[in-house]
Design a protein around this ligand. Structure first.
Ligand SMILES: [Zn+2]
Length: 333
């Protein structure tokens, strides 16, 4: 049995495996420029950001109906459960779909249907976080927040993702302020390829509660001190960092240094269909490559539940306490 954990940095669109992509393409009559799943699987071995993004956005064409989004989320939840995930806070990118003419409601209701059944079917509690594409305009983000308003019973927070450099957090100050007024939680990708200054901006200007990635905070000792002092969680994605060349090889990942500095680190799978592994695979990889032993892995699992948005009253706190007890009781073989 894998170590129980929460996954807090997972893009549902990044869980589209070649087999499901082909099945949905057939169901919807969408032609794919690949002969079969094997050829598509080879395309997943991209070696730079642009070929990843081309493939990622290209394949989204197969997602058209509520049932497609439901099947996508259900397939992820089944895999996550097998990897020890007990709680998942799942990102989705509404603009990647509305730009293709898919209504916001189709996306969120389809995902929501799978999430509604998740505890019963997979034993995984879930939350949904909608991300704004930071390479799109601030106006487009605001329009997306507006479109989300009828669906806020399904969405607990907002995030910020996609190409980071040149799109600082401050660009989205107004939409984050509006999201706060609506009672939404706030996270943002920062300090992945962008500088440590973007991490500061995400905290100071957007008021985020967690930083997604945040890898480059290590370049700024004062910032590290602040993140440690304020217990700001970082949702790191080591396998993604290697595939997208934020670090050259996993053996050079700063995770052990970051943990030793007292940062509240979590590890996650980001876009697991594309980056070579789901979250328990990531736990195994950091154990092998970085020598993080059982107690380090237990700390990462404990952090994942501490950093989860499970603070909405006594029922959620009880759920968190139950998960933390499972982590404490876990026996490594
Ligand atoms: Zn991400």
């Amino acid at each position: 049995m894998p170590l129980p954990k929460a996954e807090l940095h997972l893009h549902i669109e990044g869980t589209l495996e070649p087999e499901l992509a082909f099945a949905l393409a057939e169901r919807n009559g969408v032609p794919l420029p690949y002969a079969d799943t094997e050829e598509l699987r080879k395309a997943y071995l991209f070696d730079d950001l642009q070929s990843f993004l081309d493939l990622y956005y290209g394949l989204m064409a197969v997602l058209r109906t509520e049932a497609d989004f439901e099947d996508l989320a259900d397939a992820y939840l089944a895999r996550a459960a097998a990897q020890g995930v007990r709680h998942a806070e799942i990102f989705f990118d509404p603009q990647a779909h509305t730009a293709r003419g898919i209504p916001f409601a189709t996306v969120v209701e389809g995902l929501g249907r799978a999430l509604d059944r998740s505890e019963e079917r997979h034993g995984v509690s879930t939350r949904l976080i909608m991300c704004f594409l930071r390479d799109q305009s601030a106006e487009s983000a605001m329009a997306t927040l507006e479109a989300a308003k009828p669906h806020l019973d399904r969405i607990i927070g907002v995030g910020l993702d996609s190409a980071e450099v040149g799109h600082p957090p401050s660009k989205f100050a107004a939409v984050y302020e509006a999201a706060g007024v609506l009672g939404l939680r706030k996270v943002a990708h920062a300090g992945e390829e962008g500088p440590a200054a973007y991490v500061r901006e995400a905290l100071d200007v957007l008021g985020v509660e967690r930083i997604d990635h945040g890898l480059r905070c290590v370049e700024d000792p004062e910032l590290v001190e602040r993140l440690v002092r304020d217990r700001v969680p970082l949702t790191l994605c080591p396998l993604s960092n290697v595939r997208l060349r934020a670090v050259d090889i996993l053996e050079q990942h700063p995770l052990p240094r970051m943990m030793a500095a007292g940062l509240l680190c979590t590890i996650n799978s980001d876009d697991p269909a594309y980056f070579g592994g789901y979250v328990d695979d990531t736990f195994h990889a950091v154990h092998e490559a970085l020598g993080i032993g059982p107690e380090g892995l237990r700390e990462l699992a404990r952090n994942s539940f501490e950093a989860a948005f499970l603070d909405g009253g006594p029922e959620e706190e009880a759920l968190r306490a139950r998960y933390l007890a499972e982590v404490a009781a876990y026996e490594f073989d």
